[in-house]
Design a protein around this ligand. Structure first.
Ligand SMILES: Nc1nc2c(c(=O)[nH]1)N[C@H]1C(S)=C(S)[C@@H](COP(=O)(O)O)O[C@H]1N2
Ligand SMILES: [Mo]
Length: 313
C-alpha cells in the first residue's frame, strides 16, 4: 500500500494498471482467482461479472459507453485506503458501513443526525449515467444510483445566510489506514456553492451499476458532480454543513496553486503541471478532447456567468 502523493511522472499511470491486468489475464490468473488484486474481491459472482449499466444517460457524447464494472470498481482514488489506483479496491474491503449516520447542520432550521436509511428514505432514488473526469487526465462513464443533494438540503431548510455547503468524510484511522499518514489534512473535506449543491445534476450516490456502492467507490454515500473534476466527489460522507463562507477543501489546503474551490472541468485552463485539453478514457487507449464543464455546459455554464474561470479554477 502506498501513502504518498503520486509523483507527477505517474500522474497518468493508467497504462501501468492496464498492463498489469493484461499480463495477469494473459497468464490466466485472474479468472482462476489466484491473484489478490483488489478488484477480485469486489467482483460480483462470476455469471454476473459484467453487470448491465442501468439508468438514463445524462450528457453522453457520441462514442461514450459505460466504463466496465471492473475498471469502475478497480481503478480508484480514495487516499484513506492508499494512494495507488488499486489500493482502495484491496484495502477498503472490510470497511464497515453499517450502522452509518449522517449529520446535516450549520445554517439550517432543521439540523439533525440521521441513520442512513432514514436520511435517504424520503428521497427518490434514480439511476443516471454520467461522464466523469479526474483532474489527473483520465475519465470514465459511470452508471450511478443516488438521490439529489438538493432534496436533502431542502428538507433541512437552509437559512437566508447559507451560501455554501461543506461535506466531510468519516474520520476513522483504525479503519482507514491512510488517515494514519499525513497525505492530506484529514478528514477529507469538500465544498460546493449552494446553487451548485442545489443543481439537479448534483447527486449523493448510494450505488453504481444498480448495486450498492462498493467501499472503494465511497460507500455508503458519496458526492457526484459530473461537471467538476473528480476530487470534488467526496466519499463516505458523514456530515453536510451549510455555511456562510467558502469552505476550505482538503485539496485547497494541500496544494492551493493546483486545486481550487471551483474545480470546473476546463480544457482551456491547464493544470500547472500538465495540459487539461484531452483525457484518456479508461478501458481504451484513445485520448479524447476534454469538453468545457465535462460536456454539461448547457446545464451549468449559467451558474458561472460573469466569473473569470481562469482565476476561479
Ligand atoms: N474521501 C475521499 N473522497 C475522494 C477521494 C479521496 O481520496 N478521499 N478522491 C477523489 C478523487 S481525486 C476522485 S477522481 C474520485 C474518484 O472516485 P471513484 O474512485 O469512485 O471513481 O473520488 C474523489 N473522492
Ligand atoms: Mo481525481
Amino acid at each position: 500500500m502506498r501513502f504518498s502523493l503520486p509523483p507527477s511522472s505517474e500522474i497518468t499511470p493508467e497504462g501501468v494498471y492496464l498492463n498489469r491486468r493484461r499480463f495477469l489475464a494473459t497468464a490466466g490468473l485472474i479468472g482462476a482467482g489466484l491473484v489478490g488484486t483488489g478488484s477480485i474481491h469486489a467482483l460480483p459472482p462470476r455469471d454476473e461479472a459484467q453487470p448491465k449499466p442501468l439508468g438514463k444517460p445524462y450528457g453522453l457524447q457520441p462514442g461514450d459507453t459505460p466504463t466496465s464494472w471492473e475498471d469502475v470498481t478497480g481503478y480508484n482514488n480514495f487516499y484513506e485506503f492508499g494512494t495507488g489506483k488499486e489500493d482502495p479496491a484491496e484495502h477498503a474491503q472490510g470497511f464497515r458501513t453499517t450502522p452509518w449516520t449522517v449529520r446535516i447542520d450549520g445554517l439550517v432550521e432543521k439540523p439533525g443526525t440521521y441513520a442512513l436509511e432514514d436520511f435517504l428514505k424520503p428521497s427518490v432514488v434514480e439511476d443516471r449515467i454520467y461522464r466523469m473526469r479526474c483532474v489527473e487526465g483520465w475519465s470514465m462513464v459511470i452508471p450511478w444510483r443516488g438521490i439529489m443533494l438538493a432534496d436533502v438540503i431542502k428538507r433541512a431548510k437552509p437559512t437566508s445566510k447559507a451560501a455554501f455547503v461543506e461535506l466531510t468524510t468519516l474520520m476513522d484511522p483504525a479503519q482507514m489506514p491512510g488517515q494514519r499518514y499525513p497525505v492530506l489534512d484529514w478528514p477529507y473535506v469538500e465544498g460546493l456553492r449552494l446553487d451548485e449543491a442545489m443543481h439537479p445534476l448534483t447527486l449523493l450516490a448510494t450505488g453504481v451499476y444498480g448495486r450498492e456502492l462498493p467501499p472503494q467507490n465511497g460507500a455508503p454515500l458519496r458526492l457526484v458532480v459530473p461537471w467538476k473534476y473528480g476530487f470534488k466527489g467526496i466519499k463516505s460522507i458523514v456530515r453536510i454543513r451549510l455555511v456562510e463562507r467558502m469552505p476550505r477543501s482538503s485539496w485547497m489546503q494541500a496544494i492551493p496553486s493546483e486545486y481550487g474551490f471551483y474545480a470546473n472541468v476546463n480544457p482551456a485552463v491547464d493544470h500547472p503541471r500538465w495540459s487539461q485539453a484531452t483525457e484518456r478514457r479508461i478501458g481504451s487507449f484513445r485520448r479524447i478532447p476534454t469538453l468545457p464543464f465535462n460536456g454539461y455546459a448547457d446545464q451549468v455554464a449559467s451558474l458561472y456567468a460573469g466569473m473569470d474561470l481562469r482565476k476561479n479554477y
